[in-house]
Design a protein around this ligand. Structure first.
Ligand code: NAD
Ligand code: 572
Ligand code: ZN
Length: 319
């Protein structure tokens, strides 16, 4: 019989990435063994590689990278009945380890003991075979490739952010940052019915991409711009109106400040971008104009089973 290998991309320490053979794991009763097909490289994989840490999450032992992944079921655990060998699935990397108060309220992303692929100390999916909780594997319909399946993960960040912001039909949305996360927020805002979407970035090339992807207006930010100028520019761009919802996807302090000032009174600023642990923000402006600031920690409940076709998954955008 052919001897299977499990070549894996393992981060040992800052700037010490190795390709090594690891044993093929055995699935537990509620798990599946997956042959990994596609893995996206997220900014956080690059950060762990280059810095060995992100904030308080520090690499202390070797870890397999990759949390944007899709694969094919190779074998199922004894208690798994909704999936079978050969099914192609999108993998949700965050799986609860215990049913705590956050899980019970449906916000399992907030569980402090959550397993999350490729966040120390939990291994990711940049390998040939891996096991995963079967309840967090979503069968892909024929029409969705594994590459697209892997991209459901970053898409989920945007679905969660737009839900947290309350994006709905007719919303005016301001997105700060046109990197992959800003761009998926653009796509999800559109699909949730936003009528006007303004997006800003320092990079003209990224703004060009945003325009191609359906942004109504783009704003080129200059490093010398003040947050007040950014807020004014957004209002001017929208013909005197202010956005109902702003979604911050840069982590830059200027953008957090500009996001508050740009948002209409009674509106919402959603913080997705990971910046410094503390920031100087125009808190009085936020208070007197009742601009709500909402955080985003990854996502929860963005994919479900059995919606379109029995046994397959659908990504939920609309509430
Ligand atoms: P990215 O670095 O590719 O994109 C960030 C964009 O912001 C870049 O295009 C950059 O030019 C732009 N930018 C930086 N400073 C700016 C400024 N002063 N004005 C205007 N634009 C500016 O990153 P990404 O992959 O798109 O992710 C965006 C952020 O979201 C990162 O901080 C990432 O860590 C974070 N993130 C958070 C979550 C979460 O759960 N909260 C999930 C995924 C990603
Ligand atoms: O797709 C999930 C994801 N989450 C990111 C970044 C990139 N991709 N977040 C920013 C970093 N945090 S963290 O709390 N951490 C490393 C666990 O600083 C998680 C959310
Ligand atoms: Zn990611």
């Amino acid at each position: 019989m052919e001897q299977l290998e499990n070549l894996s991309v393992v981060l040992h320490a800052k700037n010490d990435l190795r390709l090594e053979k690891r044993p093929i794991p055995e699935p537990g009763p509620k798990e599946v063994l997956l042959k990994i097909d596609s893995v996206g490289i997220c900014g956080s994989d690059v950060h762990f590689w280059q810095d060995g840490r992100i904030g308080d999450f520090v690499l202390k032992k070797p870890m397999v990278l990759g949390h944007e992944a899709a694969g094919t079921i190779f074998r199922v655990g004894s208690a798994v009945h909704h999936l079978k060998a050969g099914d192609r699935v999108a993998i949700e990397p965050g799986t609860p380890r215990e049913i705590d108060e956050h899980c019970r309220s449906g916000r399992y992303n907030l569980s402090p003991t959550l397993f999350f692929s490729a966040t120390p100390p939990d291994d990711g999916n940049l390998c040939q075979y891996n096991t995963h909780d079967a309840n967090y594997c979503y069968k892909l319909p024929e029409s969705i490739s594994c590459e697209e399946g892997a991209l459901i993960e970053p898409l989920s960040v945007a679905i969660h952010a737009c839900r947290r912001g309350g994006v709905t039909i007719g919303s005016k949305v301001f997105i700060l940052g046109a990197g992959p996360i800003g761009l998926v927020n653009l796509l999800v805002s559109k699909s949730m019915g936003a009528s006007q979407i303004v997006i800003c970035d320092l990079s003209l090339k990224r703004l060009e991409k945003a325009k191609q992807m359906g942004a109504t207006f783009t704003i080129a930010v200059e490093k010398t711009m003040t947050p007040q100028e950014l807020g004014q520019k957004v209002k001017q761009t929208l013909g005197g109106a202010m956005p109902d919802i702003s979604i911050e996807c840069t982590g830059a302090e200027l953008c957090v400040q500009g996001g508050i000032l740009a948002t209409k009174s009674g509106g919402v600023l959603v913080l997705v971008g990971l910046g410094e642990p503390s920031a100087n923000i125009p808190i009085l402006d936020m208070l007197i104009r009742e601009v709500d600031i909402r955080g985003v920690f990854r996502y929860c409940n963005t994919a479900i089973r059995n919606l379109i076709q029995p046994g397959t998954c659908a990504v939920l955008c609309c509430r």
